[in-house]
Design a protein around this ligand. Sequence first.
Ligand code: MGD
Ligand code: MGD
Ligand code: SF4
Ligand code: MO
Length: 726
Amino acid sequence: MSEREIPTYCRICEPLCGLIATVEDGRLVRLRADKSHPLSKGNACPKGIAFSEIQNDPDRVLYPLRRTGNGFERVTWDEALDDIGARLRGIIGAHGRESLGWYFGNPSSFSYSHMLWLVGFQLAAGLRHVYSAGSQDINNRFVASELLYGSLTSVPVPDLDRTDFLLMLGANPVVSHGSAMSVPRIREKLAAITKRGGRVLVVDPRRTETAQLFEHVGVRPDGDAWLLASLLQVIFAEGLEDADAIRRQSAGAHELRAAVARFTPEATATVTGLEPDAVRALARDLARAESAAVYGRTGTCLGRHATLVAFLIDVLALVTGNLDKPGGSVFGRELVAVSKLNARLGLIKYGKNRSRIGDFPDVLGTFPAAIMAKEITTPGPGRLRALFTSAGNPVSSVPNGRELATAMTQLDLHVSIDLYVNETNRTADYILPATTFLERDDIPLPFTALAPTPYTQYTERVLEPYGEAREEWQIIDAIATRIGVQPFVIGPKAAGGLLSRLRGLPGGRAARPTPRLLVDLAVRTGPYGDLFGLRRGGLSLKMLRRHPHGLVLADSITTGVLREVVQHKDNRVHLAPAEILAELRDLTAAPADPSYPLRVIGMRELKSHNSWMHNSELLMRGDRTQAARINPKDAAVVGISDGSRCRVTSAHGSIEVTAHLTEDMTEGAVAIPHGWGHNGGWRRANAAGGANPNELMSTDPGDVERLAGMSHLNGVQIRLDPVPLS
Ligand SMILES: Nc1nc2c(c(=O)[nH]1)N[C@H]1C(S)=C(S)[C@@H](COP(=O)(O)OP(=O)(O)OC[C@H]3O[C@@H](n4cnc5c(=O)[nH]c(N)nc54)[C@H](O)[C@@H]3O)O[C@H]1N2
Ligand SMILES: Nc1nc2c(c(=O)[nH]1)N[C@H]1C(S)=C(S)[C@@H](COP(=O)(O)OP(=O)(O)OC[C@H]3O[C@@H](n4cnc5c(=O)[nH]c(N)nc54)[C@H](O)[C@@H]3O)O[C@H]1N2
Ligand code: SF4
Ligand SMILES: [Mo]
């Protein structure tokens, strides 16, 4: 049979680069970058190309697996689903539905059908124990938006094409390719800012690949709250604020101003490690720039004050007159009007429920993954007894993976939906094989609003599923049916309205709509939709199929939309909610502990993707291994040399890693990539060695960030010791 070339897009990370898949006899031959994609224009990174090795990996799970004494055996789908259903009914009968739980990992955000059916199942079954990668990633950003705008899912993005000044904290887009912003060819976009005379400042304890191309501000780990408070203090004290913007857009500036008054650059210098004069100059330059955008990512999300930091990032944009303004921090238009719909229906919220352990508020219906282990092991009503994990590897990605791995052996049932036997599901009762992104249709729902140049793309599946792999939504649906639950996108009240519309669709099976039918409906009635013919040139899946390389929806984000974004009754951005004033009041640096004089932070590498791409030969070429980046002065103090093994110890755990000495690290900070130290069913990855830095992290509820339940993964105090050669 002849080869076919099929356009699609990459769903590993957020630029969603266009790819061309070459397919022969139902098998993937290769992937290459799509030159016809309107934005990625022939650009793709090594991970995107190497995904062919994941697709064709002999270690992939292609059939349902059931646990035996010491391994797994292949079973049929019916055997697996019927037994899971029966066991679930038993658990529900004895302990109620509140004993069921779900953890969904990062790749789920790249599958609309997975997310839709998960939310539908959660609402229909009344699941309480829901956890996600979000509490190790971005939930603080959502809570900051809830406090500021009254809208959890409204997240501003830097207007890269028009800005004169980008202040970027805790992000390394040259390696990560950008997050909470969807920007193909991001390196070029950043370079264009300085080419047109603008500035890019990177606030990071490591002189990262991005910082090396631009200006670097070497903040101490977890010092961002102090730095941001100081920038605001200087702006207010020197009268640099945009009084007009503050008056038009916000409420509470007076209280906020008072709350930051004590954070002079002199007062915060010991925490930030920055010269007061440099902080003052930064505040002035930011305030006086023609336009400026302030952006923060995971480096600012995993510290002890993550929600405060995300909050202050937007405040800085607002008080300098840069919120919702060209070249500033701007709000993209959603492909599907999730924020508005949610504001009206109140389906997923903040703090609607509280967790049994630690009394944490839920964020979009999820609790902090850091408490999952204790929810399993702590007796009493509402104990977590049956856990599903889909597209996730929490034993690798959440704090104290050892505790979680041990706790999971106490579950009555653990079912995983994944591509691999990973560190988490290796002890599961069942592993159910999921399709890869090439084996399912898709449209990247959450990402259009995060793109400074809005675009989208619909793709049909490029390959029929290998083996017996199934799409997550089908699996969720089959499980739900067996416990008498009908997953649906939204709750029964709203479903009535939706259903009545669906009945008008040709062949629409109103009772059990497919994800594809629902997403088409949502896109067609959404902000860019064709309104069933009422809006010429509007979107529908049919229309998008005529643009298989993707479609740019606008040249830039429309500004002047703040009044539509803000859902607070007074229509203003709230600068001084009680939660934030309390955070600022209580903000004190953790006392120095001479037993743990250094601080560990995370970092990402071009050829790793969290925990799941270390089985690819292409990416692992040259015998890549994990290494901790250490400043030579810190290494000298304890006698660690470049390339030697060293022990990293915190109050919570200890790991051994290879030392890589580099002046790129600011003194006192040690960077260790996560997602290593494998013992799953991926042979190449297991052989790569390495350790899991999350063994150094705490799951004590007192160490989990209060407002959004963020895990504390950056800035944890550690000690280094040399490992003697044995
Ligand atoms: N120390 C430290 N820890 C961190 C971070 C950090 O910076 N430092 N970062 C955090 C962040 S931002 C994140 S997002 C998390 C990630 O945390 P997780 O999402 O829990 O873990 P991943 O490593 O992304 O594992 C994803 C799993 O999904 C599977 N998979 C891949 N594609 C699919 C698919 O299409 N369907 C299904 N069903 N399965 C699929 C993979 O085989 C893998 O087992 O890690 C967090 N942990
Ligand atoms: N190649 C590759 N790309 C990826 C991923 C991957 O694993 N590999 N993962 C994807 C995922 S899930 C996500 S969420 C995104 C994340 O996207 P980014 O957030 O851009 O990714 P990181 O490279 O982790 O950048 C975080 C930076 O924060 C810095 N940092 C650590 N602690 C602090 C601190 O206290 N303050 C400040 N200011 N900075 C600090 C780190 O040194 C690091 O440079 O990347 C995505 N893209
Ligand atoms: S940057 Fe790489 S991994 Fe991310 S979407 Fe593009 S090709 Fe895929
Ligand atoms: Mo992430």
